[in-house]
Design a binder for this molecule. Structure first.
Ligand SMILES: N[C@@H](CCC(=O)N[C@@H](CS)C(=O)NCC(=O)O)C(=O)O
Length: 217
C-alpha cells in the first residue's frame, strides 16, 4: 500500500512543502492530493483528511497523520533505514531542536514574507522583528554547519529532515532578496538545487490558482 499525501497549493503551502520534499528526496513513493486553499469547499475537503482542517496530512492505510513535523517523525519511524534524521545522537538532538524551533517560531519573518514559489525575486524591506528572525536563522545555520555539517552542503552534511523543515524559509529569503552571509547563500543554493525542490517548483509554476494576499510585491 502506498501513502497518500494531502497538500495545499504548491505555490504557497509552506507546511505542505516540507513532507513532500522529504518524501521525494528519499524516494518514498506516494500519491498526492492537492486541495487548493481559499476556495468554497476548501475546509470541508481538508476535513476529510485532517481533523485540524489543515494541510498537510498523510494517509497510510487506516492511519492518518497531520501536521508537517508529525508526518516527518512518522516517516522516520516507518523507514528506520533511511537517514531522515542525522545519525549521531548529538546531531539528532540539535536537528530536532532546530526543526521544532522552526515549527513554532520565526513568526515575524513568516508573517512578513509568505512563501511564494512563483514570485520573481524582488526586495522587501525587513521589519526590525523580522531582521531578528533572520539573524537567528543565520546563526542557527552557521552553528549546525560548523558543528555537524562539514561533510556536505546541508545543515548536518547530507540532506535530512531539518533541511526539509527550513526549505520554505529558503524560498522566503531568496524571493524577497534578503541580504544574507555568503555561507547562508551557499546553503540556500544547495537546497534550491535539489531535484525534489525543482520538481515542486515546476509544479507550482503551472498551478492555476492565485491568492492575491500572497502575490503582493
Ligand atoms: N502546523 C501545521 C500548519 C498547517 C497549516 O497551517 N496549513 C495551511 C496551509 S499552508 C492550511 O491547511 N490552511 C487551511 C486553510 O487556509 O483553509 C503543520 O505543520 O502542518
Amino acid at each position: 500500500m502506498t501513502y497518500t499525501l494531502v497538500i495545499a497549493n504548491k505555490a504557497y503551502s509552506s507546511w505542505s512543502f516540507r513532507p513532500w520534499l522529504l518524501m521525494r528526496h528519499f524516494d518514498i513513493p506516494f500519491e498526492e492530493i492537492v486541495v487548493p486553499l481559499a476556495q468554497e469547499g476548501t475546509r470541508a475537503e481538508i476535513l476529510r483528511y485532517a481533523p485540524s482542517g489543515k494541510c498537510p496530512s498523510l494517509q497510510d492505510g487506516d492511519i492518518r497523520v497531520w501536521d508537517s513535523l508529525s508526518i516527518i517523525e512518522y516517516l522516520a519511524e516507518r523507514h528506520p533505514h533511511l537517514p531522515i534524521w542525522p545519525e549521531p545522537q548529538a546531531a539528532r538532538a540539535e536537528a530536532r531542536s532546530l526543526s521544532a524551533e522552526m515549527h513554532s517560531g520565526f513568526m515575524a519573518l513568516r508573517a512578513l514574507l509568505p512563501m511564494n514559489m512563483r514570485r520573481p525575486v524582488s526586495k522587501r524591506e525587513l521589519t526590525p522583528e523580522a531582521a531578528v528572525d533572520v539573524a537567528r536563522l543565520e546563526q542557527a545555520f552557521a552553528e549546525a554547519r560548523e558543528q555537524f555539517g562539514k561533510e556536505g552542503a546541508f545543515l548536518f552534511g547530507a540532506f535530512s529532515a531539518v533541511d526539509a523543515m527550513f526549505a520554505p524559509v529558503v524560498n522566503r529569503l531568496h524571493v524577497y532578496d534578503v541580504a544574507v552571509a555568503p555561507a547562508t547563500r551557499a546553503y540556500m543554493e544547495a537546497v534550491m538545487a535539489l531535484p525534489a525542490w525543482r520538481s515542486w517548483s515546476a509544479d507550482a509554476a503551472v498551478e492555476c490558482w492565485k491568492i492575491e494576499k500572497y502575490e503582493a510585491l
